[in-house]
Design a protein around this ligand. Sequence first.
Ligand code: OFO
Length: 183
Amino acid sequence: MNTKRISERLEKALSDQMNVEDLQSRTYYSYGIWADDEGYGGIANFLYKHAQEERNHAVKFMKYILNRGGKPSIDALPAPDTDPQNLMNCFEKVFQREVENTESIYRLVELAFEEKDWATWNFLQWFVKEQIEEETLAAELLDKVKIAGGSNASADSLVLLDLEIGQHPQDAPLAREATAENP
Ligand code: OFO
């Protein structure tokens, strides 16, 4: 009896996304190593934690494919992105990585919709919501770097920025949870 509940096309697309999440994780580690080496210990810490989040995302795809009777495939990954040129460029790259990942998730949502695979469509909604948070977070951090002076930030503001980002939560609040009392 065939107990597989996912098409081969979606199985492959979800498995590819699992590998993309893994690559995201390696990319955040590489940005973290760059920041650590530059002396930004707080920012490095933030990026290392974020790398772990991306690994968690990969595991969610892995388990979902297995639960639906498919088999994910761990593929060879390309090298992560090149090192940032400076802090401003680092957070521009973070924002760009998140936007690309959102586009990749949207393509999966479209595929699930096309196949009327509502279980997969439902599974992917967690990632749609997650990407709203991740893009908001990346934009917030980029704003902080700009406020600190961007590429011309003084040594003092860089020290404060490093401290602040090091303690920054990994999630950004969602607009749907805002209220008049707590916007
Ligand atoms: Fe940064 O996000 Fe995964 O999905």
